[in-house]
Design a protein around this ligand. Structure first.
Ligand SMILES: C[S@@+](CC[C@H](N)C(=O)[O-])C[C@H]1O[C@@H](n2cnc3c(N)ncnc32)[C@H](O)[C@@H]1O
Length: 191
């Protein structure tokens, strides 16, 4: 007989901003553990009661800074418009952003369980020009579809509104959802 795991599913949002997506989900999905990693730390929201199943960690993901989770311990990693922020901030004379991005993605794969998923939400232009080449080089399986409005964070909702003002003209702004299957044997980032 198969054992039924009693452990709660663990979901991470890296670069969560104000964290509103996970705060709301933690309230309505008490059977899951929600983990936020955000460089700016905890938001100043005095009236907001933080759900007990949400852990807020001040930290960042870079090619030198690993996620504070063990190998194969997370069911889902979300990167909501945080990769494009890293891209905009990126400055390195020694390395193309593509190489840097692959290290970030490998680190996300390291913490994922074997059947875990990495979910990236970004505008179509970034997905096509920056994300897709790195995923192809890693040999990752992925599915790219338009993101649903209900799954979008504050940043995504703004992008969604801009896109819908004139979808033909703003095609590259369309928020997309990229669901990526874990690659085998990801290298790890040194902690
Ligand atoms: C455009 S905001 C998106 C915030 C939120 N996810 C949303 O969709 O509304 C980008 C976020 O990425 C965070 N960020 C930037 N560099 C990061 C890094 N190296 N690791 C983790 N988060 C990072 C920023 O602090 C910011 O909160």
């Amino acid at each position: 007989m198969n054992e039924i795991s009693q452990e709660k599913p663990r979901l991470a949002d890296v670069g969560a901003g104000f964290g509103e997506l996970f705060i709301n989900r933690a309230k309505t999905e008490p059977e899951k553990s929600f983990l936020i990693i955000e460089p700016l730390g905890f938001p100043d929201l005095p009236t907001q009661e933080m759900p007990k199943n949400l852990t807020w960690i001040k930290g960042r993901l870079t090619d030198k800074e690993a996620l504070p989770f063990q190998n194969g311990s997370v069911d889902e990693v979300n990167l909501n418009f945080s990769l494009s922020t890293m891209y905009a901030d990126y400055q390195s004379p020694d390395q193309e952003f593509g190489g840097y991005l692959q290290k970030i993605l490998r680190e996300a794969f390291r913490v994922l369980k074997d059947d875990g998923r990495l979910i990236v939400r970004e505008e179509r232009g970034f997905c096509q020009d920056v994300l897709r080449p790195s995923l192809d080089e890693l040999g990752a399986d992925f599915r790219m579809t338009p993101a649903q409005k209900k799954d979008l964070s504050l940043t995504g909702q703004e992008m969604w509104a801009d896109y819908h003002l004139d979808p033909k003209k703003n095609q590259r702004l369309q928020p997309m959802e990229v669901v990526i299957t874990k690659i085998a044997n990801p290298d790890t980032v040194e902690a």
